[in-house]
Design a protein around this ligand. Structure first.
Ligand code: GLV
Length: 329
């Protein structure tokens, strides 16, 4: 008999078809956003769940869904999943690393460039019909090439951005991370390890690419921004919670830093209304991994994990693979 799964959000038809070969599938092709109670109700009798970063999997949900054996996240970040709670209950959790690295790095770099070169501001100015003459300092921004790129976080995506900066744009690349990279990885990324304080003080363009956990909540706040150059830009493609948005808005409005680019927000999809009023910020709706090819690869990888776990195979990208080895969990 086929096992039952819930696909919590709309996915590509080809991925649903693959899942239907193995499972009885309850899809959500209307892409409805369910409350926690509704998610729990729909997970009754389900062995697995295909989820996205929008669905929160915590101890309360797991206790209410005792049949659940696998939660497969279509995202590399997994702060929406209480991994310890999953492991304690023998539930396999997985994410989608690697397949989105280069796409996300492209976007991070583009968002940084858009902020530095005032692209969104220029576009809004043009659309408002305000472009009536050339001017010597019209929307003059700051250079990317030859400047100092700072990375807070240095996982796969950070390293891919570092390479773009060092090799493509002749940037000095500095980084700060929980742990320093092995020398060969530092060399490959063209990046130099510095303290967090030095990173803030020296970066012309600071990019946030660290995984979110409560330990890094508001790791960039008023005190950190105060250390940055007044000409610097700040770009966040990690998770909204790493930046204190109120402090950032205040700093941008006072030109304590030049510009910012945000793809992620603390209360997304709601956006702090103050941010919407600021000209010197580029705002995008959490789309750093959004190319058709990459989103398909992510969905396929989440499906691969779900199929493997529930059919006795080896999931390709587990987060707590020990639950599959009795005795180790
Ligand atoms: C997107 O934010 C992801 O974590 O994949």
């Amino acid at each position: 008999m086929k096992k039952n799964i819930l696909v919590a959000r709309r996915v590509f038809d080809s991925v649903l078809e693959r899942l239907r070969v193995h499972f009885e599938v309850e899809p959500n092709q209307d892409d409805l956003i369910w409350s926690k109670a509704e998610l729990i109700a729909r997970l009754q009798g389900k062995d697995g769940a295909f989820i996205t970063a929008s669905e929160r999997i915590d101890a309360e949900l797991l206790d209410a869904c005792p049949q659940l054996r696998a939660v497969c996240n279509m995202a590399v970040g997994y702060n929406n999943i209480d991994l310890d709670a999953c492991t304690a209950r023998g539930v396999l959790a997985s994410n989608t690393p690697d397949v989105l690295t280069e796409t996300t790095a492209d976007f991070g770099f583009a968002l940084m460039m858009a902020a530095a070169r005032r692209m969104a501001e220029g576009e809004h100015f043009l659309r408002r019909g305000e472009w009536d003459k050339w001017a010597v300092d019209l929307l003059a921004g700051s250079d990317i090439h030859g400047t100092t790129l700072g990375l807070l976080g240095m996982g796969r995506i950070g390293r891919a951005i570092a390479k773009r900066g060092a090799l493509g744009f002749g940037m000095q690349v500095i980084y700060h991370n929980r742990s320093r990279l092995a020398p060969e990885l530092e060399q490959e990324s063209g990046a130099r390890y510095v303290s967090k304080e030095a990173l803030l003080q020296q970066s012309d363009h600071l990019l946030l690419v660290l995984p979110y956990s409560p330990a890094v909540h508001h790791v960039i706040g008023a005190a950190e921004i105060a250390l940055m150059k007044p000409t610097a830009t700040l770009t966040n493609i990690a998770r909204g919670g790493v930046v204190d948005e109120v402090a950032l808005a205040e700093a941008l409005s006072k030109h304590q830093i030049a510009a910012a680019g945000l793809d992620v927000f603390e209360g997304e999809p709601a956006v702090n209304p103050v941010l919407l009023t600021l000209p010197n910020i580029v705002l995008t709706p959490h789309i750093a991994s959004a190319t058709v090819k990459t989103r398909l690869a992510m969905a396929d990888l989440a499906a691969d994990n779900l199929i493997a776990v529930l059919t006795g195979g080896v999931p390709p990208t587990p987060l707590n693979g020990q639950v599959l080895q009795p005795g180790l969990a």
